[in-house]
Design a protein. Structure first.
Length: 117
């Protein structure tokens, strides 16, 4: 069982930056792929970025060049650095973990990101 706790959300003006963190419980963090998802009101949850056990990264087209995902296995934490934020980035952001990047087994409770224009 893995528990995920996100932090770092908040209100920011367009063009600003935020850094989300997701702390995981357990001793097997390094064995999981980690992902960041988001869900805006009235929209489906979408994958924003992922990082595999070996450190390979992937990004949604909408965030490429602006967001950076990283992980610190010693701290059991995955990060999402978000720069040049846009109002359309406003959503609840969720952290997820899974044995592979196509299977997300564990989810955090989410953290709200609001970007004002």
């Amino acid at each position: 069982q893995v528990q995920l706790v996100e932090s770092g959300g908040g209100l920011v003006q367009a063009g600003g930056s935020l850094r989300l963190s997701c702390a995981a419980s357990g001793r097997t963090f390094s064995s999981y792929s980690m992902g960041w998802f988001r869900q805006a009101p009235g929209k489906e949850r979408e994958l924003v970025s992922l990082i595999t056990q070996s450190g390979n990264r992937g990004y949604a087209d909408s965030v490429k060049g602006r967001f950076t995902i990283s992980r610190d296995n010693a701290k059991n934490t995955v990060y999402l650095e978000m720069n040049s934020l846009k109002p359309e980035d406003t959503a609840v952001y969720y952290c997820a973990a899974g044995p592979k990047s196509s299977t997300w087994t564990y989810w955090g409770q989410g953290t709200q990101v609001t970007v004002s224009s």
